[in-house]
Design a protein around this ligand. Structure first.
Ligand SMILES: Cc1cc2nc3c(=O)[nH]c(=O)nc-3n(C[C@H](O)[C@H](O)[C@H](O)COP(=O)(O)O)c2cc1C
Length: 207
């Protein structure tokens, strides 16, 4: 068992910049090398990270559907909407589509309202994906009725989020929101995806 040192001088054994690096690399990626497969065992490892994440009242209502095969992937893909701010881009073309998906469901027999559990689980999974050289996108814009029908998801499960995963092939650049306050992500002529983030001083309130 890890022994925590309460001393103030020595570095804490868990100290490091690993998490910041992972969080900065963990961008929303929407274009992938479709030749790069994802093992089912990898998807299971990622769900295992979510399993160990916090859950309101520890009720753990989340259930997961995994997909890493072309037919099921195509079914899921057809239910998702990509990058709403990129009006001229309908989503990744064949050859650049995700090779794995984790669908997050809520088991309504355990809890009716999922609260923030799906978001926490999603972030754990995405960070785990980045740690493994993968990446992807959290997608809430889902044709839920179609997905339920296509995958034959029973009514007791609420469809919450789809996590699209793969080996990213796109460059994503973070930048600070400008004076015009525009938070819309955009793509430049080299297809680099730019994501404006608000400045730290603009989000910490002086109250
Ligand atoms: C709850 C949630 C829902 C999202 N839904 C979608 C979606 O339906 N389609 C999509 O392309 N991106 C979706 N995204 C990705 C966001 O657009 C993305 O996080 C945002 O543009 C910032 O980029 P970043 O993740 O690289 O920081 C979603 C993100 C979150 C957290």
């Amino acid at each position: 068992m890890l022994k925590l040192d309460r001393g103030e001088k020595s570095a804490h054994p868990l100290e490091g910049k690993l998490l910041r690096d992972l969080i900065l690399k963990n961008r929303s990626y929407r274009r992938f090398n479709q030749k790069y497969p994802i093992d089912l065992s990898t998807l299971r490892e990622l769900v295992d990270l979510a399993r160990h994440s916090p859950s309101g009242s520890n009720l753990q209502p989340l259930k997961y559907i995994l997909s890493n095969v072309p037919g099921k992937n195509a079914d899921i893909f057809s239910c998702l909407s990509w990058a709403g701010y990129l009006k001229d881009w309908p989503g990744p073309v064949e050859g650049e589509r995700p090779t794995g998906y984790i669908i997050i469901l809520g088991d309504t027999t355990i809890r009716k309202s999922l609260g923030v559990d799906p978001g926490i689980a999603a972030q754990s999974i995405m960070l785990g994906a980045v740690e493994r050289g993968l990446g992807g996108c959290i997608i809430a814009s889902i044709d839920k009725e179609k997905l339920r029908k296509d995958l034959q998801i029973a009514d007791r499960y609420e469809i919450s989020l789809a996590l699209a995963l793969g080996r990213p092939i796109e460059l994503v650049q973070l930048e600070e929101v400008g004076p015009d306050n525009d938070i819309k992500y955009w793509r430049d002529e080299y297809n680099v995806h730019h994501v404006p983030k608000r400045a730290l001083d603009d989000i910490i309130l002086d109250i």
